[in-house]
Ligand binder design. Structure first.
Ligand code: KG4
Ligand code: ZN
Length: 431
């Protein structure tokens, strides 16, 4: 076991289109969290351009790390370790972070810790749960206190405190340390995965129990937004526009995937009897077909042209202007698409939680920022009497605080990377 002086870890994340650095103490206290987003760079292309991403990481990594240290009020000498995202992600983008972190750790004579990006997303939730636990020591502890009686308020069962739904904090620390399994849904632009996460002797273990067989949910949001002439990334735009449409207007259905995956021998390491599969490429095609059948092409082209003149448009600032570019049929289509995706995620996640006897549910990744998803998952959790936690919005999307937080148990356990560490674009999490 390594004696960490202050438990200060510098986290570095560069797996996709965000260059991020953060300083976190003991996996629970965020001293700084700096994210340099490349959204404006990639937006004109309607998606991330890998070469541009690597070059931008190279330019940004030093100033971003310096900003994270300055914001935290610490120097390089105060750090106990440097943690970096090893994978999965874009190879060139990952390589920038890994090379920089290796050189920095070597130069400082500090341990280097490699973190799986997906484990990072899970720790974005755990970080806040632990921070909130520390801030509310006097709350009743124990798993039993997390179960809600029928008369309790819904907010009581949500583990994280800092989401837009304004949730009261429970006493999840004991729940996390109980060693009982939690079900984690990691849902982002690159991933839609279900994991059973369990702490054993201070080390988190993961078992992959579900995944998408084609597109990730966030990818479907981005592609549907793009084909409707809306901006990139599409998730935040659809999230903002969906409340103005009728979610029951267009019935979407999801095909049975399981049999097909096993027939084609694509099950991978998942247990065929237990695995949960998602598939989001069909709904994207269904949306495209709907726009063709309903002759929406001209309206889409007009919207795309209007938005091309607003390259800086954001869902927060420009919602009214963009909503005015969407007719009722488009708003209904958006609302119906989002409802279908959220309901599919909700149904399968809670079914898996039940199957594996999970004592709580964690939802993380960019799509976890979606308001309808948070609301519907929270309602289901209440109905099931299961605690649930989401990260606050700025920790839902890619950041480095989650990387530094995931590295803390590894620092305590002395699980360090060596000089051979390199980027692993296809890195898997758990068994
Ligand atoms: O976790 P993240 O920042 O990067 C990956 O690891 O992929 O997730 C980005 C994804 C994008 O697909 C984006 O459209 C989606 O998360 N996203 C959302 C929302 N905010 C971001 N999807 C739905 N609703 C949102 N509010
Ligand atoms: Zn991510």
């Amino acid at each position: 076991m390594t004696a960490a002086r202050q438990g200060l870890i510098l986290g570095i994340e560069s797996s996709c289109d965000e260059t991020a650095a953060a300083v976190v103490r003991e996996g629970r206290e965020t001293l700084s969290n700096v994210v340099a987003s490349q959204i404006a760079l990639h937006a004109p292309f309607g998606g991330v351009v890998p070469e541009l991403a690597s070059r931008e990481h190279l330019r940004a990594v030093v100033p971003v790390v310096e900003a994270a240290l300055a914001e935290a009020g610490v120097g390089f000498g105060d750090l106990d370790a440097v943690a970096v995202t090893e994978g999965p992600g874009l190879p060139g983008a990952l390589l920038v972070g890994v090379s920089y972190a290796k050189a920095l750790a070597f130069g400082l004579g500090k341990p280097l810790i490699a973190v799986n990006h997906l484990e990072g997303h899970i720790h974005a939730v755990l970080l806040e749960v632990l921070a909130n636990t520390a801030a509310s020591q006097k709350q009743v502890s124990g798993l039993a206190s997390q179960r809600v009686s029928e008369t309790d308020h819904a907010d009581d069962r949500v583990l994280g405190a800092s989401t837009h739904i304004s949730l009261r904090c429970g006493a999840p620390g004991d729940l996390l340390e109980s060693g009982q399994p939690l079900l984690a849904l990691v849902v982002s632009g690159g991933h839609t995965h279900l994991y059973l996460a369990q702490i054993q002797n201070g080390v988190w273990r993961y078992r992959n129990v579900g995944r998408t067989v084609d597109d990730a949910a966030g990818e479907a949001f981005d592609k549907v937004a793009k084909l409707l002439g809306l901006g990139y990334p599409g998730g935040p735009w659809l999230d903002a526009l969906a409340p103005f449409g009728n979610a029951g207007a267009v019935p979407f259905s999801f095909a049975q995937i399981k049999a097909k995956v096993h027939r084609r021998g694509e099950a991978g390491a998942l247990d065929p009897n237990e695995a949960t599969y998602f598939s989001f490429s069909g709904i994207k095609t269904a949306v495209l077909r709907y726009t063709q059948v309903h002759e929406m092409e001209e309206r889409i082209a007009a919207r795309r042209a209007a938005l091309a003149g607003m390259p800086e448009a954001s869902p927060k600032r420009d919602l009214e202007a963009v909503r005015a570019l969407c007719d009722r049929e488009t708003l209904d289509l958006i609302a119906s698409f989002q409802r279908a995706v959220v309901e599919d995620l909700r149904r399968k996640t809670f079914k898996a939680a039940e199957r594996f006897g999970a004592v709580g549910v964690l939802v993380s990744g960019g799509v976890a920022a979606n308001r309808e998803l948070r609301e519907r998952f929270a309602v289901e959790a209440q109905a099931q009497g299961l605690p649930i936690a989401f990260p606050s919005l700025n920790l839902s999307t890619d950041n480095a605080a989650m990387i530094a937080a995931a590295a803390w148990p590894k620092l305590v356990a002395g699980e360090f990377a060596d000089a051979a560490l390199t980027a692993d674009a296809g890195l898997k999490l758990g068994v």
